[in-house]
Ligand binder design. Structure first.
Ligand code: ZN
Length: 431
């Protein structure tokens, strides 16, 4: 059974299977950085979580950028001299360069070629191309199909509209006991591409649903936004509130078969960076941790020097490092319920660490307290060592993540030790 068939069979109620089912539902929609495809996507996500959908008018200035005209498309094709459709938007929305202006023209093949984009080294794949900020039009097609075209006059037709409208994004705020926020951001502007875009969107939606139903110490903010312009727009409209963001992660490319990759925030040693390092180390799953670089997804905006927010990014194989990236091969067969599940669980564990991470003060700091007298030596394996580490390091300068990192113990063990010590009156939470 191939992976697609297996994934279909697996659809059901585990987060990975649900995420896969959501990817499949969102897959056919023609999304872009504005337009009805984005709205339709938000409507579907609203079945999972009560997203607030924002519309920001075209022409709005957002820092150095301007919200562009809204783009919508109904149909597009290229007909050969015999009137046969040789490229058809109805077959795949990747066939049209995103943001193509409307066109209806007959021209010789030689002239049309400058508007046709292919991948000669992957002749069966359709590339994904955009032209957001430069007016133009074009078609993307399989190189094999291009080679089969005969000379003659071709008719190019794109029934699109580029007009004043708005940029759409979805936002969910989950208030916790504390005002400090965890930001989870996913771009939702790509059309039929599964890993780059839909995997992050789906895992974020399911994480949001899970957190909405749970008690929370921290507050959470989920953003489903068009890449780059969406993050810039959100930051421009919320500049006075970003100080509450204590931790953040950008999700994208979390559904392929590669190992998990966490890219640190620009700060490098933020709590979110330490939390991912701890969870991935403890998981025993293959993974890599990489330093921040100013390329990638919306961490570029969140980590721009004027904001420098503690926002990292989670993916599996990094963007651009797999041949399927930005092509029609990033399809339903390229992502799996298993990978989506593992990415989801990693995030759940990171949330648990962020929720549980605190700094404590030792109330009996002069020499070790007598643990036996308090019945604290009886506990599960490793418990005693965890007690000693927490007592020794709880001087106000080390949080539980530090202690887990230094001791090599699991975060859960360290957290449990702290709870026992608080109960015994030997420790108190600070701050
Ligand atoms: Zn992309």
């Amino acid at each position: 059974m191939d992976r697609l068939a297996r994934n279909k069979r697996l659809e059901g109620d585990t987060p990975g299977r649900e995420a896969y089912a959501l990817v499949r539902e969102l897959y056919p929609i023609c999304r872009s950085i504005t337009g009805d495809g984005l709205r339709q996507t938000m409507e579907i996500l609203r079945r999972y979580v009560p997203l607030e959908v924002h519309e920001v008018p075209s022409g709005t200035r957002v820092f150095d950028w301007t919200v562009p005209a809204e783009w919508n498309i109904r149909d597009a094709w290229v007909k050969d001299p015999q009137g046969r459709k040789v490229v058809d938007f109805a077959e795949s929305n990747l066939h049209v360069v995103s943001y193509s202006e409307p066109v209806r023209k007959v021209m010789p093949l030689e002239q049309l070629r400058s508007h046709l984009f292919t991948l000669p080294e992957r002749p069966d794949w359709i590339p994904y191309k955009t032209s957001y900020y430069q007016r133009g039009w074009g078609f993307c097609m399989r190189h094999r199909d291009l080679l089969a075209l005969q000379d003659g006059d071709y008719e190019a037709f794109i029934d699109s509209r580029l007009e004043s409208g708005s940029l759409t994004y979805g936002e969910l705020y989950l208030r916790g006991a504390e005002e400090t926020e965890v930001l989870v951001s996913a771009h939702a502007c790509h059309p039929s591409l599964c890993n780059d875009n839909l995997s992050g969107v789906s895992v974020a939606a399911l994480l949001a649903r899970r957190l909405a139903a749970a008690p929370r110490r921290l507050s959470y903010r989920f953003l489903f936004i068009p890449g780059t312009i969406g993050a810039i727009t959100w930051l421009a409209r919320n500049e006075d509130r970003v100080g509450r963001i204590g931790h953040g992660v950008v999700l994208s490319g979390v559904g392929d078969a590669g190992a998990l990759t966490y890219k640190r925030s620009r700060r490098g040693g933020a709590d979110i960076d330490r939390a991912f390092a701890q969870v991935l180390r403890e998981s025993g799953r293959p993974h890599q941790l990489v330093d921040f670089d100013p390329y990638g997804y919306d961490e570029r905006q969140y980590c721009s020097p004027g904001f420098d927010l503690p926002v990292g990014s989670l993916s599996r194989t990094p963007h651009g490092r797999y041949p399927e990236y930005h092509t029609s091969a990033d399809d339903l067969d390229f992502v799996s319920a298993e990978s989506l599940e593992e990415s989801f669980q990693t995030l759940v564990e990171v949330v648990e660490v962020l929720e549980g991470n605190r700094t404590y003060g030792n109330l009996n700091p002069k020499c070790e307290p007598q643990l036996g007298r308090r019945g604290l030596y009886k506990g599960p394996g490793g418990a005693e060592l965890a007690l000693l580490w927490v007592l020794n390091q709880s001087d106000g300068a080390h949080d539980l993540l530090d202690i887990a990192g230094k001791s090599g113990l699991g975060f859960g063990q360290v957290r449990q030790a702290a709870e026992r010590l608080v109960e015994a009156g030997l420790l108190r939470p600070l701050g």
